[in-house]
Design a protein. Structure first.
Length: 277
């Protein structure tokens, strides 16, 4: 190994190997891993503790099927490298992996909608609009229903990804109508009754949601149905420390007129144990 090479470095307790760059070579290697930590590896440990990194893993790829190191470590490092470069989306074939940036990015504009319209998947950099366009295009071409599953752990960005797909479909399905606007505006209402603050996410969805969008033969949205399931009912009367009840209770107490609150004998959120656990 020589200076500038990239290697996989085994970690203690059998964890996932981490990527590292060789900064010194000779009798002893000095490695700087992806987290900025410095490691020194002697000649006797080089063979057992480090492995050469495939060139595709060094700078990352847009489609992880192209990775030479198609392992858990390779997948995770590829997402890390792309996230550091400001790319939150990565393909795995026709699957889109999104890493929550926890900030607003200027990549969901009308120009982006136009850019990804009628483009083949993989023709442009990975984007949630590309997945939405692929579903819309396949539906119109094959005249069959399409399904997109958005999954991930709490705080991964499922709710925001759903909103973005709905916005894209509303934009490309034809002329804007009150039906499309109603579908988009239904989300905040659902979130009020089914979302709550958790220790990991200030707007965590505590229920499952299935959105069925109906298009006419011209490709315009003509209706929708939203089914909810698996609501976390226990949150109404009990929350973990530093978590809150459903948004609707706080919205109601803050937004209701004082006269109406007095008529209903309602106070502030701090007055109720169910809202301040």
């Amino acid at each position: 190994m020589s200076k500038g090479d990239f290697v996989w470095l085994d970690v203690a307790h059998g964890g996932v190997p981490i990527g590292a760059e060789v900064t010194l070579s000779g009798g002893e290697l000095q490695l700087v891993d992806d987290e900025g930590n410095v490691h020194r590896v002697s000649n006797t440990k080089q063979e057992s503790g480090t492995r050469p990194m495939h060139p595709t893993s060094v700078h990352g790829v847009e489609d992880m099927i192209r990775l030479g190191d198609l392992t858990e470590a390779g997948l995770l490092r590829n997402l890390l490298v792309r996230h550091k470069e400001g790319s939150i989306y990565t393909y795995t074939g026709s699957i889109l992996v999104a890493v929550n940036p926890y900030q607003v990015l200027p990549i969901y504009t009308a120009e982006q909608v136009h850019l990804y319209t009628d483009r083949r998947l993989g023709e442009l950099p990975p984007h949630v609009f590309a997945i939405a366009d692929s579903c819309f295009f396949n539906m119109r071409r094959s005249h069959h229903n399409q399904c997109c599953v958005i999954s991930g752990e709490s705080g991964a960005g499922k709710t925001e990804s759903t909103k973005l797909m709905l916005q894209y479909l509303a934009a490309v399905s034809g002329q804007r109508s009150w039906i499309e606007q109603q579908i988009l505006e239904a989300n905040p209402i659902l979130e009020a009754f089914g979302n709550a603050k958790t220790i990991r996410n200030d707007n965590s969805s505590r229920f499952g949601k299935y959105i069925d969008i109906h298009f006419n033969e011209a490709g315009a949205i003509e209706g929708a149905r939203i089914d909810q399931y698996l609501l976390e009912k226990s949150r109404v009367c009990r929350q973990a420390p530093e978590e809150r009840n459903y948004h609707i209770f706080y919205y109601m107490l803050v937004g209701m007129a004082p006269q109406q609150k007095a008529k209903l004998s309602l106070g502030n959120a701090d007055d109720y144990n169910y809202l301040t656990m």
